[in-house]
Ligand binder design. Sequence first.
Ligand code: GLV
Ligand code: GLV
Length: 324
Amino acid sequence: NGEKVVVSRQIPPQALSVIKQQADVFLWESEEVPIPRDVLLRECREAVGIFATLTERIDEEFLSNAPNLKVISNMAVGVDNIDVAATTRRGIPVGHTPGVLTETTADLTFALLLASARRVVEGADLVRQGNWKTWSPMMMTGQDIFGATIGIIGMGRIGEAVAKRATGFSMRILYHNRTRRPEVEQSLGATYCSLEELLKQSDFVVVLTPSTAETHHLIGKKELHLMKSTAVLINTSRGSNVDEKALYGALQDGVIWGAGLDVFEQEPIGADHPLLSLENVVPLPHIGSASIATRTNMALLAAKNLIAGIQGEKLLHTVNPEVY
Ligand code: GLV
Ligand code: GLV
């Protein structure tokens, strides 16, 4: 049908067929290996649109190689893989997928919180390895969730959905955010406080901020030392929000009690990553939004953004509406 678009990954078939009805598709077919940089640059030279994921770096070099580009559609809510200022200068809208992944990501955040607090993965490993010798009073004892204090850093859609779950566990809810959210204070009983107060008082510190220059290493050595020695850190946002070296030290020295991490500073991490040597870390491979239904909805939304972009219409969700 003429115009070319690049799809950087295998995506759910419904989304791919929506795109194929409107454009000629170059699809990178491997699910194991991300599209190599040279292939990406070559295939995008003629393309009017790209369906990208968070493993594709969209920067000046990429943009100057793709002079015909009318739209970048990221299948993610976060767009830290994209130099948005550079795309805006060129008048190219960047699409993303907020909303559809909120509840699914909040579920995974809570799963990681529960698993970390109650040593679920460690316990399962012990059983699998045949090391379950007897019942004993202090075996695999962890931290209570019910009635504990949760501190949510970044009260966006996902933060709010996590707070909603916390009410079911009778948790006291603290939050820190760039702007106060009176409606969340009202509806969920959340209390706004400074980052320092949140860190001091929370049993569970949950990081849900986007990755920006301001949030780089938002949680570092100083912040970890403000936390309780019984506290658990949960990160389901972006790895760069937490200083991993400082976190490793804090977990090893008992400065904090445990961590549940769905994201890392350099993904993917290998078996030699220092944090994996610690039993009080629950590591996951960036699967916050990974339910079958939600990944399908994200792909469909990203496909709609892509098509709107190539047809010169407004995207359903864009991070740089100033291009219009
Ligand atoms: C995934 O991490 C996303 O930003 O959607
Ligand atoms: C993402 O959807 C957020 O705003 O938290």
